[in-house]
Design a protein around this ligand. Structure first.
Ligand code: FAS
Ligand code: PHB
Length: 390
């Protein structure tokens, strides 16, 4: 079998890239190790930058996103019993974010791919990229007990942090940069109206909390928890009580509780692999970088990687120029590191670190005070939160 591009992974990165390539007649096969149902069962991101929305529109599959996505002009910071609104739209010169669940986006992209008959092999086992340091790369995988080989021009490693693509690169050819955080996020989804029409990022001596949503009737909440916490230790009641303890009184009183239908814990880390290109193999999205979700950047970085890689592939096949391919890694990494910085800064700003010194805690309180009283500081936050230019 031969394809122009083999995409490893059917998450947002792989699906966005696959659809964009299909629309310009470039033949790409997606190999996904999980079932379609498992991919759709994952609850992850919720906030899309305008650049991400634009990319989804370029796939022709933004119908539901445009109809159901919630346009948000601001966010709130809550601390010391008070709420402080950051006017993203005004401070960023007219930009905003759209709240639309990654799960919904993945479903839209999967449906769109099926509608045009583009092939995804689900439950593809032992996927392995080969020969990407030559001009004749190929990928092998096992499906239904049969080993397959796909010869191709390029391999897009869109297989996330735990994928095979980055691990297939010789250790001497790759550098990694990492920081783990001593806590996690316990997330809950419930069919209850959100506590507020915009997101509330709360910083409390007991820990961080986030009030988000998926629709006017579906809420997404998070509370900071210990890094070794187990979700089975958290009844719904315990979650609701802890969430309300970390919110200002008016918000706490306004929380509508109800039975959760999803509850999970995500660890937090910052991670970057450099470079993001190895001959004919290109790393994209979480395969190359991870950010703590505090800045709502993970999915949005995957989108900008896809933008750069798609434009490079379009140029290669359209003009037989490798300039874009050669520029992919430095271009993507320049934006990745700015989002890594912002996500790290937001995480330090809003979370209680168990081993923080009194001096560090005073600095954190000062930073919160500064960003909610200085227009310049708030503008710097806003331009990063709505998404830096591609
Ligand atoms: P993904 O991990 O989404 O997709 C990779 C795909 O590759 C998966 O379907 C996987 O099954 C497949 N795969 C892996 N190994 C493979 C192999 N060997 N062969 C074939 N396929 C393979 N971001 C935010 O902005 N906000 C959030 O709140 C947020 N919460 C998150 C919570 C969790 C638990 C996690 C893990 C991430 C969260 N993120 C969040 C980040 C997340 O949204 C990612 O940025 C986004 O999924 C990136 O998309 P992909 O790069 O496509 O990677
Ligand atoms: C979410 O709705 O899942 C969400 C929103 C903002 C974040 C992280 C997660 O910073």
């Amino acid at each position: 079998m031969r394809r122009q591009v083999v995409i490893i992974g059917s998450g947002p990165s792989g699906l966005l890239l696959g659809q964009l390539l299909h629309r310009i007649g470039i033949d790409a096969l997606i190999l996904e190790r999980s079932s379609k149902e498992h991919v759709l069962s994952r609850v992850r991101a919720g906030v899309l930058e305008e650049g991400t929305v634009g990319l989804v529109r370029a796939t022709g599959l933004a119908g539901r996103l445009d109809a159901q996505g919630l346009r948000h002009d601001g966010i709130e910071f809550a601390f010391d019993g008070q709420r402080h609104r950051i006017d993203l739209h005004e401070l960023s010169g007219g930009k905003r974010v759209v709240v639309y669940g990654q799960t919904e986006l993945t479903a839209d992209l999967m449906a769109g791919r099926e509608a045009v008959g583009a092939e995804t092999v689900y439950e593809a086992a032992d996927v392995m990229p080969h020969g990407f340091d030559t001009d004749t790369p190929y990928v092998t995988y096992v499906h239904g007990g049969v080993t397959h080989r796909v010869d191709c021009d390029f391999i897009a490693g869109c297989d996330g942090y735990h994928g095979i693509s980055r691990r297939a690169v010789p250790a001497g050819a790759i550098s990694t940069f990492e920081r783990s955080y001593p806590f996690g996020w316990l997330g809950l989804l419930a069919e209850v109206p959100p506590v507020s029409h915009e997101l509330i990022y709360a910083s409390h001596p007991r820990g961080f909390a986030l009030c988000s949503m998926r629709s006017p009737t579906r809420s997404r909440y998070y509370v900071q928890c210990d890094g070794d916490e187990k979700v089975e230790n958290w009844s719904d009641q315990r979650f609701w009580d802890e969430l309300r303890r970390r919110l200002p009184a008016d918000a706490a009183d306004a929380v509508t509780t109800g039975p959760s239908f999803e509850k999970s814990i995500a660890g937090l880390r910052s991670f970057v692999a450099e470079p993001m290109r190895f001959g004919r193999l290109f790393l994209c999205g979480d395969a190359a970088h991870i950010v703590p979700p505090t800045g709502a950047k993970g999915l949005n970085l995957a989108a900008s990687d896809v933008h750069y890689l798609f434009e490079a592939l379009r140029e290669f096949y359209g003009e037989r120029s490798a300039a874009g391919l050669d520029a992919y890694s430095p271009r993507a990494l320049a934006r990745v590191w700015k989002a890594v910085r912002f996500s790290w800064w937001m995480t330090l700003l809003l979370h209680r670190f168990p081993d923080a010194s009194p001096f560090a805690e005073k600095l954190r309180a000062t930073e919160l005070d500064y960003v909610t009283t200085s227009r310049h500081a708030a503008a710097a936050l806003a331009e990063n939160y709505v998404g830096l230019p591609y």
